[in-house]
Design a protein around this ligand. Structure first.
Ligand SMILES: [Zn+2]
Length: 337
């Protein structure tokens, strides 16, 4: 996968593959915090995001323009970490070089159904050994990317994935049955700023935005808004994002999305999260909380991600949507706008 790092603020994104939902090698958190505590914080955020992201992707597969057979797992490798965190990650998860380890296996996902869990290391797929790469390498993603691409290719046909997996030194065979889900994997960006966005192929959420969400419903508000942009194909429509084409991506990102595109993503996002079983009322409660935490959100904003109404105005605009969702539920009508 090529992320065109120049387009991404500070290039802090982990170049992870389609299956992955990892975090960058940049070492986050207070530099004074011990590595184990920093790794814990990263992994907790990864697990939260993986769970919500998977539930949204799976539950809305029928609405997404691009689907893939996916396992729901998030992957990591020893080599993606810098020197301080790598030994801790290796010891805790049995990671080795570029080999993909399970970072998260969300409840209800094919990965979880197959019994995969953090601490499992994937050694081979369909009898083909994965490349462990240069075991001493730090902050390197290419090897994990290549292995992830092999796993994705094996899953693409929809058939069961035959894996060789090591856990606590014991190698066993694990068969995973992928299912169709929206094709946009989610990645955490360690920017320390409030931001979430999509490039039409991935969904990105900053570490601070993950912290800002009080629970799964509020995290679903943020991620479903981005999934709605992907469903509506806002990043490829000339009228909302500028001229079509990869060559114009930088322009697109600078301009952001229009006010109406953002309002549409807010609205559709609520239906998407309701379809996935999240509580729309709890989800919308993110907006007042966000305005409390981030004073800029109390006013209309224009930034690289888009042009937004103030958080209170966004909340007001969603009241009819909440009412429509409640009415549809009461009548047993489908939750489609
Ligand atoms: Zn948006």
């Amino acid at each position: 996968m090529k992320l065109r790092p120049g387009l991404l603020a500070a290039a802090l994104v982990l170049a992870a593959g389609l299956s992955a939902c990892g975090h960058p090698a940049i070492e986050s958190g207070s530099p004074a915090a011990p590595p184990a505590a920093r790794l814990d914080a990263l992994n907790a955020a990864d697990a939260r995001v993986a769970e919500v992201s998977w539930t949204l992707a799976r539950s809305n597969a029928d609405l997404c323009p691009v689907n893939r057979f996916r396992t729901g797992w998030s992957l990591q490798s020893a080599s993606q970490y810098g020197d301080a965190l790598r030994p801790v990650a290796e010891a805790r998860y049995g990671l080795e070089g570029d080999l993909p380890g399970i970072l998260a296996a969300p409840a209800g996902s094919p990965a979880a159904a197959a019994g995969l869990a953090p601490g499992d290391l994937i050694l081979a797929v369909e009898g083909r050994p994965l490349d462990r790469g240069d075991v001493g390498a730090a902050s390197a993603y290419d090897g994990l990317d290549a292995n992830t691409a092999l796993l994705d290719a094996a899953a693409a046909g929809g058939g069961p994935l035959d894996l060789s997996v090591r856990r606590a030194g014991v190698v066993r065979r694990v068969v995973v049955q992928p299912v169709a889900a929206c094709a946009y994997p989610t990645q955490i960006e360690l920017t320390g700023s409030f931001r979430s966005h999509t490039d039409g192929r991935h969904i990105f959420i900053s570490d601070r935005m993950v912290e800002a969400a009080a629970g799964p419903d509020q995290l679903a508000f943020i991620l479903a808004h981005e999934l709605a942009h992907a469903v509506l194909e806002h990043r490829t429509q000339p009228d909302v994002t500028g001229p079509r084409g990869a060559g114009n991506a930088a322009l697109t990102l600078r301009r952001g999305l229009s006010l109406s595109a953002e309002a549409d993503a807010d609205r559709l996002g609520l239906y998407l999260l309701a379809r996935a079983g999240f509580d729309p009322y709890q989800a919308v409660a993110f907006l007042p909380r966000y305005a409390e935490i981030n004073p800029a959100a109390r006013f209309p904003q224009a930034n690289a991600g888009g042009v937004y109404e103030s958080a209170p105005a966004r909340r007001r605009a969603l009241q009819p949507v909440l009412a429509d969702i409640a009415a549809r539920r009461a009548d047993g009508r489908p939750l489609i706008p």
